[in-house]
Write a protein that binds this ligand. Structure first.
Ligand code: TRH
Length: 374
């Protein structure tokens, strides 16, 4: 082949993702999903994580003492101070401004696309910052890559088979029962599923959980709560309100919990997206930020939904720890007509976003776009 006819491949030779676990599981949660998505399209994906112990909570295959291990085709590396870092692969993702090691930055060459993956937000300013270029001290350019809810952003992580797998589980009540049995839910409760709403509760400690429980005591409910959440509250089961505490489960099982539940109460960014894909009524609690910035995020997201005022009231009450407002909103929403409306709105919002951009594809398209200009 002559030099002039050579066409440079538009796909990177692989991806390096760097992730620092700040607290909770959100950062590693997004990075792990992204790594798996990219691995479907790239021959090599390396995920550098500074806290493998936290990683074990969402991926039980991980062995925290290993420096290098493989999980689902991905090389997982323990990111320690004393690591000798190889030169980066052609796609380099710095997750959530985690600050790359100096030696990695120095080796970012002309054929590497360097992205800073940002937090998900529905705020209006996001599209104008998406793909913004930031010149670096070493002469390279780093680009800001924003996930988001509109076509002008990087979109949301969504696996190819997500909808078919979700639909298969939701359409078959026996599969749903089997999954709850697998989670260890009592057979007696599994047998009562037709009479109980299954509610998944994944929230921050400041949520008005006691008020929620008071409402649920009057409705037949099976409440599923991760152990890491349950330890912040006192739960007293009643004849109508049954409780099942979940151990740490894999992200795949986490998704199935969302698909199996009638109402998902979730927090942070990753479970927000996953609850949207579940297409069930949901209440989202953004991660707390000083000066109530998280309420701006909540308002921006609610604007994208077509949720009616009671759903919005429930969201604000939940995020402002305002239990007195939560009760009337939930009582309204549990009325059969309003409940059906909420179900329909959740399904149509999910459907709308399913047709939007997918984050890993958007990253690879951007790589190809930049590669063409080199
Ligand atoms: O854990 P979070 O509260 O994460 C937060 C937010 O992302 C926040 O913005 C960030 O700044 C902060 O962390 C540091 O919520 P989130 O984002 O929903 O992430 C939870 C992840 O954990 C999600 O990928 C699902 C996963 N998970 C499991 O896979 N198994 C489990 O058993 C549990 C409880 C969670």
């Amino acid at each position: 082949m002559s030099q002039s006819s050579y066409i440079k491949p538009m796909t990177p030779n692989g991806a390096d993702i760097y992730c620092r676990v700040i607290d909770n599981y959100g950062d590693i949660g997004v990075c792990w999903r992204l790594a798996r998505q990219l691995r479907h399209q790239l021959p090599q994906v390396r995920l550098w994580v500074d806290d493998l112990h936290s990683f074990t909570h969402i991926n039980p295959e991980i062995q925290p003492h290993l420096h290098l291990q493989r999980s689902q085709g991905i090389e997982v590396l323990n990111w320690r101070q004393d690591c000798v870092f190889p030169p980066p692969l052609e796609l380099l993702i710095e997750a959530f401004a985690c600050e790359l090691p100096e030696s990695v930055k120095q080796h970012v060459g002309a054929h590497t696309l360097w992205l800073n993956l940002e937090y998900l937000s529905a705020e209006k300013w996001v599209p104008s910052f998406h793909l913004g270029a930031s010149p670096q001290a070493g002469g390279q350019t780093k680009y800001f890559f924003f996930p988001g809810f509109t076509p002008e952003t990087g979109g949301l992580l969504r696996e190819k088979d997500l909808v078919s797998e979700r639909d298969a589980l939701q359409a078959n009540s026996e599969t749903r029962r089997d999954f709850l049995r697998y989670l260890g839910v009592d057979e007696e409760l599994v047998a009562q599923l037709a009479q109980r709403k299954v509610i998944f509760l994944f929230c921050y400690p400041n949520a008005p959980v006691q008020e929620l429980l008071q409402v649920l005591q009057e409705h037949n409910t099976l409440l599923l709560v991760p152990a890491s959440v349950a330890r912040h509250f006192t739960f007293t089961p009643t004849p109508k309100l049954a409780l099942h505490i979940l151990p740490p489960i894999s992200q795949t099982d986490f998704d199935c919990v969302l698909w199996c539940s009638d109402l998902n109460i979730v927090r942070g960014e990753d479970s927000l997206v996953r609850a949207i894909w579940a297409a069930k009524p949901m209440i989202w609690q953004p991660y707390y930020q000083d000066d109530n910035w998280h309420l701006e995020k909540l308002a921006a997201w609610l604007q994208h939904t077509s949720y009616n005022p009671s759903v919005q009231q429930a969201h604000y009450a939940w995020s402002q720890a305002a239990g007195h407002d939560l009760r009337p909103a939930l009582e309204q929403l549990f009325q059969p007509h309003n409940w059906s409306e909420w179900q329909a709105q959740a399904a149509s919002f999910s459907e709308k976003l399913i047709n939007g951009p997918e984050l890993s594809n958007a990253i690879l398209s951007f790589y190809a776009q930049v590669a063409r200009t080199r």
